[in-house]
Design a protein around this ligand. Sequence first.
Ligand code: NDP
Ligand code: OXD
Length: 311
Amino acid sequence: MTSLLFISNADRADWWRETLQESVPDLQFREWPDEAGDLSEIDYALVWKPKSGLLASLPKLRTIFSLGAGVDHIFADTELPTGVPICRVVNPNMALRMREWVMMQVLIHHRRHREYDQQQRSRVWAELRQPHAGERRVGVMGLGELGGDAARHLAILGFDVAGWSRSPRTVEGVNNFHGAEGLKDFLARTEILVCLLPLTGATRNMVDTDLLAGLPKGASFINAGRGGQVVEANLLAALDSGHLSEATLDVFQAEPLPQDSPFWDHPKVTVTPHIAAFSDPRALVEQVAENIRRDRAGEPLVNVVDPKRGY
Ligand code: NDP
Ligand code: OXD
């Protein structure tokens, strides 16, 4: 009997159980903590934010599957076992969902929707000046599976798009900047900055006063990467000084966003509760099932994360 331990704080366990058991009928699905049973029997773990030390207590563990595209929630485990492969989500269903959210937010910023909203509340009928998409410079930080897809589709929509990555990347219609040496020029030409970076040692707290000062005055910020990338006090200061015109934030340093966070009712901020993309079991189970099949057949796994890179 092969066993998989499901560790998550979301209440989607039954959905995962059903879909996974359809694909891998001989897999025993155990939900942490109630069904965990004898931990020495666990072969696979499917996880979101596992508590430190839990994975290390599974002596037979063969593979760790992230319930999301990001793996920072796994690397945050200070006792993470070494040598156990970690696979993350790479899936067109998730990329499409992220693309929708990014396009929606960029269009809201571009078409000055926040101001029209305020006008409506004050019963004001007035047209605001509006550049067309080709005159709007959008910059996407992170040109991977999600950022690359969003950037390409923003370019198809007609925006003047650039992207920034760690190494050189080719994305159709997108002007690529990379590395520390490319950041200054990338920021200087960006009016709407979208962050789709993974959270690593290099990206933690990188959106700070210095980075924001590199954007032109009046630029705006959209974050669907991770909250840990943003020094929130610096972002608030840039909004309050007028250097930034607005921000849309899906991810935060602390989640759920604390009740006393100034972001909730900031007039220039839109908050969404970490929903930019969604891990849909119907789409993502295939990848987990395929990796279990590969593992059993002794074939190389797909979408394995390089622990040295951290993403
Ligand atoms: P990928 O690993 O496919 O892409 C990451 C991109 O970031 C790559 O282009 C990479 O550069 C770049 N990058 C990484 N580190 C640096 C750095 N130090 N400097 C510059 N560029 C860097 O990730 P995905 O696109 O699949 O996902 C990105 C992130 O999106 C996830 O890690 C997660 O945090 C977030 N996410 C958020 C969701 C939400 O609902 N809000 C849902 C899903 C994911 P290179 O190309 O050179 O490797
Ligand atoms: C993910 C997320 O990483 O939902 O997939 O944040």
